[in-house]
Design a protein around this ligand. Sequence first.
Ligand code: GLA
Length: 673
Amino acid sequence: MTSKNWPALEGIAYGGDYNPEQWPREVWDQDVALMRAAGVNFVSVGIFSWAMLEPKEGLFDFTWMDDLLDLLHANGIAVDLGTPSVSPPAWFFHAYPEARVTLKDGTVMGFGSRGMASHASPEYREAIARMATALADRYGNHPAVVLWHVHNEYGVPVAEDFGPRSVAAWQRWLQRKYETLDALNGAWGTAFWGQRYLDWDHVVAPAATPTIANPAMKLDWARFTDDQLRECFRIERDILHERTSQPVTTNFMAHQSWNTDLWKWAQEVDVVSDDHYLWSPDPDAHVGLALSADLTRSVGGGKPWILMEHSTSAVNWQGHNIAKRPGEMRRNALTHLGRGADGIAFFQWRASRSGAEKFHSAMVPHAGQNSRIFREVTQLGQHLKDVAEIQGATTKADVAVLYDWESLWAHDLEWRPSDDMQFRERMRAYYERLWRDGVQVDFAHPEADLSQYRLVVAPTSYLLTASAGRNLTQFVQNGGTLVVGAFSGIVNEFDAVHEGGFGAPLKEALGLTIEEFLPLRSGETCAVHYGAEALPSDAWAEDLALAGAEVRGTFDGGPGDGLPAITRHSLGDGQAWYVGTRLGVTALAPVLADVYADAGITLLDRPETLEIMTRHGETYDFVVVCNHANDDAHLSITGTDLLSGTEIDGQLTLAGGDVAVVRTAKEERGGGR
Ligand code: GLA
């Protein structure tokens, strides 16, 4: 991370995206009065305001923004000031039509919606620099501004650009990376299918091709696209750093983003911020929320972060936009807090009457202030004041889950052995098992220092470099416990199968390699005999070549009938488990129970639906307890529930759907191994 410090606010930041340019001036006064009533102390403005701030090229109009920032400041509301680079105005695309994004099939994206111009466009880069400079010079010393919010959700709605300028930038990028065409040809394996390049200008982008494009090229293209987005971010960030004193962020989308490698992005911002929306087809969407929050905290190195956007109720962009029921928003917001957020914000303050997002919920809904949603918004504002002392408290975990965007990119390319093996599905299944078991986790990059963890879980590590393999082997040798999911350790950073075969980088740790994949037909199932249990499994089996691992589970039925499915291997002071099939959340339970025993992890006696998150402050611990069931739940704990003000003497009884934030004596624990 870079140098400028967050927090700039005392207590938890609370608010949302505020887009007052949609409303007549008198509504602004009502807005700030309502914000104060709701306990709002932080709003993001200007994110989509380019057309209002620079109505003609080079001609700025800051009068309305001056008025807005002064009004907010006079009412004690801090500002996260957006740079509007996500949404260039109509005049820009009219003047520079070549700055539009070209899709893979050659379609050129038009104006009339939102989304950035081509990241490779010099006119776009010049225009965003001009805007960032003007904003920095105008508001760099404005007392309302505590944070800069560059762009919005890099990578959506469109990240890739296949236009000629982008392809030229791609060729330069490749030249910097590989230096020689021999190196590029080797890395991409262009000897196959006659793809050999003899001239840098002939290197194409993976646009429309008759059949699949070279996968190593596609993987590099994903890296290039991510780099280009980050280059655009840096243009603005550096201007802001040079000319202002406030920290800079851009809002991530953790597990919901595809185009951005957040391990890299988190190094570029002063404070990590994230947007999260419940995925309505998922009946347990709160588990996805927890995953996203843990991932966000982890990419930021464990520091407190800001939840920049979530929703008070329904969104408007899913197939079925499910409204949150009473109490759900409170559970969602406080779960983010429990998992490390020191700021809680929404999209958006007041529901839009017009435009694309009028059916999206807001802090002030169309029903107005006399509504359930606004009452809950106000209650949450009070809660966040009541828990202000949690600010800065950190989390600790004994378990790391490996997450690598490069592996996601490579995994999701075409022509894999089975469409049923999906990165996100596997990540979620293992995470959900850990969540249901009440195990607090961090996420980690496979090449990170893992020595603070007892257990490392690698649900899906298709791309695993040789050095990551050595890192994991060392971790086991030093006494750690490792569990690896199927289809891991298959390719290197060029999407080339490892020398030594499938699983070679983990051979020493796992005591095996994979001789052949044996995917199942769609809908076909088999079982794994594990101790006395028959665990249902599907999608995937393997023919393992054991090299020291002991067999703990065996396939019953399916293509792997009678072959080893689950193994355990001791190496040095540690153990490494391998699960060579697809097990669901329930079937993973007995396996992970044994893994926990190896790792010396003991589980708290609690119902699965009672989510417990601990943040460690300097003087106290803060335990956020969230009851996702309909019935009362009980937890042994002593302290004060900061939400209700009640003293808890040994046992907390939490009603169905309720949340408590218990300030308690600091836990005596060493942590780590
Ligand atoms: C994204 C955007 C917001 C808004 C919300 C709606 O997160 O950043 O501007 O469109 O989605 O859910």
